[in-house]
Design a protein around this ligand. Sequence first.
Ligand code: SF4
Length: 210
Amino acid sequence: MSGKKNISIVLKSLKKLYPDPRLELNYRNAVELLVAVILSAQCTDERVNQVTVKLFQKYPIPRDFVDVPQEELEQDIRPTGFYRNKAKLLKACCQKLVRDFSGKVPKEIDQLVTLPGVGRKTAAMVLGNAFGIQQGIAVDTHVKRVVNRLNLSILAEVDKIEFELLELIPQEDWTLFSNAAILFGRRICQARKPLCPTCPFREWCPGVEK
Ligand code: SF4
C-alpha cells in the first residue's frame, strides 16, 4: 500500500492511542520550550527536564542568557551533554531574539529558522505546541523511524520527509501527528526492539519484525 492510502489508517490509530499527545519536555511558555528543545539534542527529555527546573528559574527571559558568561551557562546545562556548543547556541539564539524580535519568539516559521540552533523541526515543534500554529511537521529521529518503517515515506532526509508528510496529512493534524508519532516511536516502534506483536499496524506494516 502507498503512503497516501496508509496515512488515514495511521492517523486514526494514533489518535486512538494518544487522544491528546503532548511533548514530554516541561515548559511554561514559548521561550522555555525553545530552550528545552535546543537542549534536547542528543539528550533524553527526562534529563532536560531535570536541568530546566533550575535553569528556567535562573534565566526567566532571553536577556538573561545573553548576559551570563558563557562558562557559567555551560556549567548550568552540562548534564544535557554537548554543553559547550549548546551554551553557544542558546546565547546566540537569545541574542537574536532580543535584538530582532523584542525578546519574543516569532510566530512565523520563516523567522524562527533564522535563529541560531533552530531548524524546521524545532520551529514546527515550538509553533505547534506553544502557540497552536501549524506551519510544519517536526520530524525527529522517532518520527523518521516510524514513517520509514510504515512506508509513509522512504526518504532518508528529515526535511524531505517533512515535505512529503505535509502533502499527506491534513494541516489541522500536523502537530498532533508529530507529537503522537514521537510517543509511538518511544513506546511501541522502538529503535532497537519494536514491540510489533502489540502494534495496531502489525498486519500490514512493511517494517514488522516477525
Ligand atoms: S509493526 Fe513493528 S515496525 Fe511496524 S510500526 Fe508497528 S512496531 Fe513499528
